[in-house]
Each structure stands twice: as structure tokens, then as C-alpha cells.
Ligand binder design. Structure first.
Ligand code: PAF
Length: 293
């Protein structure tokens, strides 16, 4: 099924407003392409909840620091558009870099506090780039709902906060993490892993699941739960933990006593590949591909 691809922000705005004048609700799914089941679960959620779905594909340079993986990030627009058509999306917004950041561009969204925690401590400027491009997408495609994956937990917290603080009339929907059968969270960066790194990449999920099992047995001390997470990662020789934390889901500050809503979060490097994952200690609706239940 072929899908309409549009590079012009003005044209996307015109189409979205036209749909809305007709009474239809619009969902926006921002992506950087290289789509996998995690992205498609967001598209399917939007298709189920909204009359029309716009997917943006834009590899946003401002959220990559020099030396990060911008150059080698997988690009496959044609294949992405094919699967988006099959998933029921209505429009792909795939602007050129010059369109999003024309010469003279100098206005950014800068949030205080939250971006310095977790990933932000290791990727300075990353969330400034993410929030700026997401805010631009909210302006171009003023959808009623926007869909993000819970795998990028900190990103989803910051985007929710930005929408609230800046009165953006969009409902930010954060959808369950989609995992491979062994628990590895779907990510475009999983493609970089060698076969051995892929085997050991399960350490992120194993660490979170082990801490969660201890929590279920009654352990509430973050020190002991963090100790368990670190111990699990240390059992995988190719993995080097960048951070391992248990945080409050709104403030992202570390907690001492862990509750159902506390979130375990970690970043691990396997060689050059940096992966992140997270899990709440209470109810966790993650989706496992290829598992029976
Ligand atoms: O999660 C992503 O893929 C990106 O950070 C986003 C939200 C599309 C902004 O570039």
C-alpha cells in the first residue's frame, strides 16, 4: 500500500487542519526512521485511537553530539514508508534537514533540571535537541494526540512536562515497551550489535527483571535493589554500566524507599553501542514479541 510522503511543513499543516475541520482527530508519531515493531506499535495505537495518523521521519541532528552515531544511524525511508502504509498511517512527514534547521536557526527549547538526570548527564545537549524538534513537530502537525515509547522513559517525561509547561494542546500518550522474546527492548541501535553483544544485551532486561522479582518478595531498599541490578550487569563481561538508578517517575530524582511507581533505569555500553532500558516496579504492561502470553 503506498502512502503519501510530504517534505513541506506548510503542506502537512494544511492537511492536518483540513482533517480536523472535517471533525477527525489526528495522531502524531514522531520517529527518526529505521522503524521496528516498537514504532509500529505506536502507529497502531494511533490508528486505533485517532481518525488520521501522521508519522514523522526525521533524523534530528541537534540531538546527537559530535562523535555520536548520527552518521551511521540506519536510514531506509522507502522501506519505512512501505510498512507505515501497511500499518494504516495516512501521511509521512519527512522534511529535509535544511527545512527544519534553515540558515540562521537559533531558537531552542531548554528545560531545567530534568534533562540533567539519567541519560542527560552523559549526553549533554541531547534533550535540548529532542525537545526542540518535538516542539517543532507539534507546531507543524498540531495533532490531538502524540505517541512515544516508554523505552525512552526520560524523553517521555520531559516531553509531557514541556507540553504542560508550554500549554501545547496535545495529549502525550506513552505506550508500552516492545521487547524481543528474551526481553531486549526494541531499538534501532540493536542493529549495531555483534552476535555476541546481542546475546549479552539481554543484561539490561535481566537486571530490571531481577530487581523487580526482589521487590515482589518485599525488598524496598533502593540500595539493595540497585546492588542486585549492578550484580546482574556485572555477570555479562561485554557490558559496561553507564548508570543504574531507581527514580521517582515525575522528578527523576533517586528514591531511597522503592514504591510501585518507582522506576528502575539503566544505560549499558556493549562496545560502542549504548543501550537504555527501564521498568516500573509496579504494573508493567511490556509487550514481548513471540511469547505466548
Ligand atoms: O525517540 C525518537 O526517535 C526521537 O528522539 C524523536 C522523539 C523522534 C525526536 O527526534
Amino acid at each position: 500500500m503506498s502512502i503519501r510522503c510530504e517534505q513541506s511543513p506548510d503542506e502537512v499543516s494544511r492537511v492536518v487542519r483540513c482533517w480536523q475541520r472535517g471533525g477527525g482527530s489526528v495522531g502524531l508519531v514522531p520517529t527518526m526512521g529505521a522503524l521496528h515493531e516498537g514504532h509500529l506499535s505506536l502507529v497502531r495505537a494511533s490508528v486505533a485511537e485517532c481518525e488520521r495518523t501522521v508519522v514523522s521521519i526525521f533524523l534530528n541532528p541537534t540531538q546527537f553530539s559530535p562523535g555520536e552515531d548520527l552518521e551511521r544511524y540506519p536510514r531506509r525511508l522507502e522501506e519505512d514508508c512501505r510498512v507505515l502504509g501497511e500499518a494504516g498511517a495516512d501521511l509521512v512527514f519527512c522534511p529535509a534537514e535544511q527545512t527544519m534547521y534553515p540558515p540562521g536557526f537559533c531558537t531552542y527549547v531548554v528545560q531545567e533540571g530534568l534533562p540533567e538526570r539519567l541519560c542527560g548527564a552523559f549526553r549533554p545537549g541531547h534533550f535540548r535537541g529532542v525537545l526542540t524538534v518535538v516542539m517543532k513537530l507539534f507546531q507543524v502537525a498540531p495533532a490531538q494526540r502524540a505517541y512515544f515509547g516508554r523505552k525512552d522513559f526520560q524523553q517521555s517525561v520531559l516531553i509531557r512536562r514541556m507540553a504542560e509547561d508550554l500549554n501545547v494542546p496535545v495529549e502525550v500518550r506513552v505506550m508500552p515497551t516492545v521487547r524481543e522474546k528474551d526481553g531486549l527492548a526494541m531499538s534501532s541501535r540493536n542493529e549495531y550489535l555483534t552476535a555476541e553483544q546481542r546475546r549479552q544485551a539481554v543484561c539490561l532486561y535481566e537486571a530490571l527483571a531481577a530487581a523487580r522479582r526482589l521487590f515482589r518478595k518485599g525488598e524496598r531498599s533502593s540500595e539493595r535493589l540497585l546492588g542486585k541490578m549492578r550484580e546482574v550487569v556485572a555477570g555479562f563481561p561485554a557490558a559496561r554500566a553507564q548508570y543504574v538508578e531507581i527514580v521517582d517517575p515525575d522528578t527523576l530524582q533517586p528514591v531511597r524507599q522503592v514504591g510501585e511507581d518507582s522506576v528502575g533505569a539503566l544505560a549499558v555500553c556493549l562496545g560502542e553501542v549504548r543501550l537504555i532500558d527501564n521498568m516500573p516496579f509496579g504494573e508493567c504492561p511490556d509487550i514481548f514479541l513471540g511469547r505466548d502470553s
